[in-house]
Every structure is written in C-alpha cells, then in structure tokens.
Design a protein around this ligand. Structure first.
Ligand code: AMO
Length: 426
C-alpha cells in the first residue's frame, strides 16, 4: 500500500513533514506566493510556496505529483492546515490539452461533454461527492441487511425468459439461441427465498427504455430484497423504512452533511385509489379509471406528502393487480387491487415491492388468467411446486435514490457511465 498521507487525516500531522500524492487541481500566484491546490483521492489540500522555497517544476492542471512538505495550521485552507516548503516530484504529465478545467467549485460543462469526458469530469469534487454518497448508500444497504441475517446472492444477468412484463427487454444472440439481459433478479431472488429465507442482491439490471427522460436508464443498479415467512406488505414497508434510515445515516456520516431529509418513524401511506381521487380533485380531472400514476401525479403527491405529513417519503399501496406482474399477490378483500406498493421520494418512485403469490396452483391460475403459459418458466415455477413460504420483497433504484437525495434533476448525474437511448460509451 502507498505510504502517502491522505487529505482527510492531514490535520493529525501538524508540524510534521509528510508526503502526499495527487493531481494538480489549480495554481494561483498572489504577490510572491504561489498557492497550489492538490486533489488527492480524498479531497483538496492547499500547498503554499514562499519565495525562499525551492523552485517549482511546471505544474499544469492534472499533472500527477508526489509532494513532500510541512503540515502547518492555516485557518483559510480546507481542513485548517496547509503544506509549506513543498518539494514536488512529477509522476506523470497530462498528454495534451484538457477539454475543460476542474479548478472552480462548480463544474460548468454541458451534460453531453461531461458524459463524453467522464474520465475527467468524474474527478471534479462535486461529482466525486455524488458517487461517495452512492457508495455509502450501498454499503448501508448491505450492512443493515446482514445485521438482519439476510444472505447476499448473485444471480445471472443473461437469462432465457423476460422477468418483468412489458416489452422493454434487450434480446441477444446466445450461441445458437436467443437470450435476454435480466430486467430484474425477480425470479431468482424468489427462488433463493426457498433456500435462505432472506436474501438480497445488488447488481445491474437492464431495461430497453425507449424514453429519453431524466429518470430512465437502460442499465441501472437494483438493490433487491426478498424475504420469506412474512404475512403482509406492512412488514416489508417497515423493513424498507429501517433500511433507508441506515442507508441515509451512513451517507450522512460519510459526507458530514446534516441538511439531509430524515426518514420519518412512520412513512405515511396512501392507497392507490385514494391517491387517484386526491390528485384528480386537485387537477380537476377524473382519474378513476387510471391504471397507474403518471410522473405528474407522483410529483403532486410528493408536494402533498410534504404539506400534509412533512415527509419527503410517501408509500402508495394497492396498485391495480392487472398493472403488476403475474407474481404479485392480489388483495383478498378487493382482488382488483394488489398487495404491492411503491415508495415515492420527493415525488418520484424510487422503490417497487409487494407480497408475491407463493402457492404453486396460484401461479398456474394467475398465468392462465393473463393468457400466459408456463413455457420457459419451469425452473422458476418448480420452486413453488417444491414448497415456498409466504414471501415478498422490493427493489430500490440506486441511481434514482441518489439523484433524489442530492437534488439532481437528471439521473445521468448519479450514474458513472450512463447507458441510455443514445449512449453506449464511454
Ligand atoms: P420495477 O420495475 O418497478 O420493479 O423497478 C424497481 C425500481 O427500479 C427503478 N427503475 C429504474 N431506474 C432507472 N432507470 C430505469 N429504466 C428504471 N426502471 C426502474 C425504480 C423502480 O422503483 N421486480 C420488481 C421489484 C420487486 O417487486 O421486488 C421491479 O423490478 O426506482
């Protein structure tokens, strides 16, 4: 491992000579002094050269350097310390001119250029922060579930049968047959409940989304949970609430930022039918026959939840059974509605979940009612034939959660290398 001191721990080395490694972020002359900002893997550090110090080599932005200097208290520097009497060693120089500079606090570069030049734009502290937050969210998700005795699983992403209804599936040539990219780990996570009872998975999923919007990607990270021996969607909603609390807590601790939304002890819940009535009245429309909530409806509900409950989160439960995939359990009292839910965060769906069917005969019935056959589903359905407990689960869209949390209007900003209708590289 490198012996370089990292910027977050620099203040522990006051009055000592230390060595760091990083990129030249910015250089500024002020009178006879030169101020150099070094960007190391953790943050920014100010380095000050006085006239009597050894001469500086040429330091253009993004030059990679090793620098040795004296850690000196300085209130005006980030972290309250700066390096003085620096001696630089150049490790590498940028090969050509840069398409833009990273030196200002906000990266003012259009979305296309920013994404095309991801190798550079992702280095900007503003962008780094997004992905540090995302890493903390994933880490909190794993930790909270492991503490609750869930087992992490990895399931295939090349599959033989589409797992979610709808046509948004990527087809590919698989030797001499066809295959699909997994739209979700749905079938496998349910099968694994038959093994471990409680499972989770974090991994990429693929949706051939024909929409060019700020909330859709063709490849995104799905944080999936599936749990057996439960009786109601409320148990899932309560688990999800606690998970989000841990995840946001971990991100908050990592970033040192306190201005973030708290997850309420009880996230408010509204039934789908009531949500439609509320939105319809507010917008002066009759929405009674609507099968789903549109982005505008979700947006309105987000504002409503804030006003009525001071909550950034709102559960909508009881989506119409016909609009949910065949594995969804209907509400036994009102079978047109299902035992499923979405979680809206600041007016956008970030999670879908619900109770599933768990009896073999219920699956055969549900498929028949929807005019579907068991073809290609044999491996999945055998789990129910061999006995499955009542179970349910949910999936959090990681990029949507990150974007909502950080107030990013475009999901691409919360994706390292986004894949969308037009973008396949870098
Ligand atoms: P669903 O299809 O609703 O449910 O997806 C779950 C969550 O994934 C996110 N999401 C997306 N994020 C970015 N780009 C997309 N194209 C995209 N599509 C979906 C959303 C959404 O809430 N198997 C079920 C989950 C379950 O019931 O366990 C499923 O995949 O945040």
């Amino acid at each position: 491992m490198s012996h370089y001191i990292l910027s977050r721990s620099l203040s522990q080395y006051r009055d000592q000579s230390i060595t760091m490694g990083g990129w030249i972020h910015r250089v500024r002359q002020l009178g006879g002094l030169t101020f150099i900002v070094l960007r190391d893997p953790q943050g920014l550090v100010q380095i000050m050269r006085q006239p009597e110090d050894p001469p500086l080599p040429t330091l253009v932005p993004e030059t990679v350097v090793q620098v040795t200097g004296l850690v000196t208290p300085e209130n005006r520097a980030p972290g309250g310390v700066e390096l003085r009497h620096p001696v630089f060693r150049i490790l590498s120089r940028p090969g050509g001119s840069l398409p833009f500079h990273l030196g200002s606090p906000k990266l003012r570069v259009g979305m296309d250029l920013r994404l095309n030049e991801a190798a550079l734009s992702l280095r900007h502290p503003q962008s780094q922060r997004i992905f540090r937050v995302q890493a903390a969210l994933t880490s909190g998700f794993r930790r909270a579930l492991r503490e609750r005795q869930f087992v992490e699983v990895q399931t295939p992403k090349i599959i033989a049968t589409a797992s979610e209804s709808g046509a948004n599936v990527f087809k590919l040539q698989y030797f001499d047959t066809n295959a699909y990219l997994a739209q979700s780990p749905q079938f496998y996570k349910q099968m694994m409940v038959g093994v471990f009872g409680r499972v989770f998975e974090t991994g990429p999923v693929f949706r051939a989304e024909p929409h060019d919007t700020g909330r859709h990607l063709s490849e995104y990270v799905s944080l999936d949970v599936e749990v057996g021996f439960i009786e109601s969607p409320q148990e899932l909603m309560s688990l999800l609430r606690d998970l989000l609390d841990v995840m946001l807590g971990e991100a908050r601790a990592d970033s040192g930022d306190n201005g973030w939304p708290r997850v309420p002890d009880q996230i408010p819940v509204i039934h789908f039918a009531d949500a439609l009535t509320q939105v319809g009245e507010a917008l002066g429309q009759n929405l009674a026959q609507e099968p789903d909530l549109s982005p505008t409806h979700e947006d309105w509900l987000g504002v409503w939840a804030r006003r009525e409950y001071e909550s950034d989160f709102l559960f909508v439960e009881g989506y119409p059974t016909a609009k949910r995939p065949f594995y969804t359990a209907p509400d036994p009292e009102r079978p047109v509605y299902s035992r499923s839910f979405d979680l809206l965060f600041r007016g956008q769906e970030i999670v879908t979940g619900g109770m599933r069917l768990h009896r073999d005969e219920d699956y055969l019935d549900a498929l028949k009612k929807r005019g579907l056959t068991t073809e290609g589903l044999e491996g999945y359905l055998s789990a129910f034939r061999y006995g499955m407990p009542p179970h349910g689960g949910f999936a959090i869209g990681l990029e949507r959660l990150t974007a909502r949390l950080l107030g990013l209007s475009n999901i691409r900003e919360a994706t390292l290398f986004p894949r969308d209708l037009k973008r396949l590289r870098p």
